[in-house]
Design a protein around this ligand. Sequence first.
Ligand code: BDP
Length: 325
Amino acid sequence: MKHTLTIRGTLLGGCLALAASAVSAQELRGWNIHVEDYPVSIAMESFAAEVAEKTGGAVSAKIFHNGVLGSQPDAIEQIRLGVLDFGEFSLGPMGTSVPETNVVSLPFIFSSIPEMYELMDGEVGDAIGAGMIERGIVPLGWYDAGARSFYNSVRPINTPADVEGLKIRVMNNDLFVQMVESMDGNATPMAFAEVYQSIQTGVVDGAENNPPSYESTSHFEVAKYYSLTEHLIIPECLCMSKQSWDKLSPEHQDIVMAAGRASADLQRELWQEREAASMEIVQAGGTTVNTIADKAPFQEAMAPVYEAFLADNPDLADLVNLIRN
Ligand code: BDP
């Protein structure tokens, strides 16, 4: 009898401990579109490791790479709804949910990557971040995504006139459609995962992206002309659902925020290395790369995108000017 009681006591104790840990331990689910060795992915894993370590395992994070949890526009909505806890997003497709993010989707808005870092780490990043928080997305760190350039299977692009008639895939945002149309190209918004096959089968002639994405997706195998227009410098963001954020204790929020910032520092370093490596891989793989000495004709061709944007969003003019001046 005494023996049984002891066992019962132990069992009961065990159950109570389990129940307590189930209440306090939080496992966060993270969305990522990229392959596992991509700078973004490595930085996200380091974020997860730091959060688990510093919270003593009370908060852990599992990241689903390769876009297995769905497309980016859907994932952004799921973050807002709290279905997903965190993710790493380009601010490009976020424009439909968070208008402030559109300012960094304007072509040639930043004049260089260092300028982008400086502004995102200051007032501009704060203003965009405030807009995100208002719509349920908490930014934890600004990641680098370099500059995006056009690639296609038909011809090198040296001037805006070379884009005429080309079918170009763009990310899900009207601004990118207008951008391609400003050069008389045909724009097709499409999910990232569908681009390879669409180029291969001729549904589109090409797309536009930074060197690591052009390389890691193997798009360079099917679109051999890479023309360094560098027309978009769109920062990315490691961010958390506001709903998940609100469930964290203030102490855990501090840890998560610090880990997000630290992961951004790591990501930016890894990004520089990967960009150089990617350029070598695509060239070794037969890509014809052309640089564009004078980008002014592209800036002029795309100017109507600004005009239309400012006419439609007068409230964002100050933010645009903050970046441009
Ligand atoms: C990559 C971004 C990724 C986008 C992708 C795209 O890192 O977030 O989904 O471009 O073009 O550079 O869709």
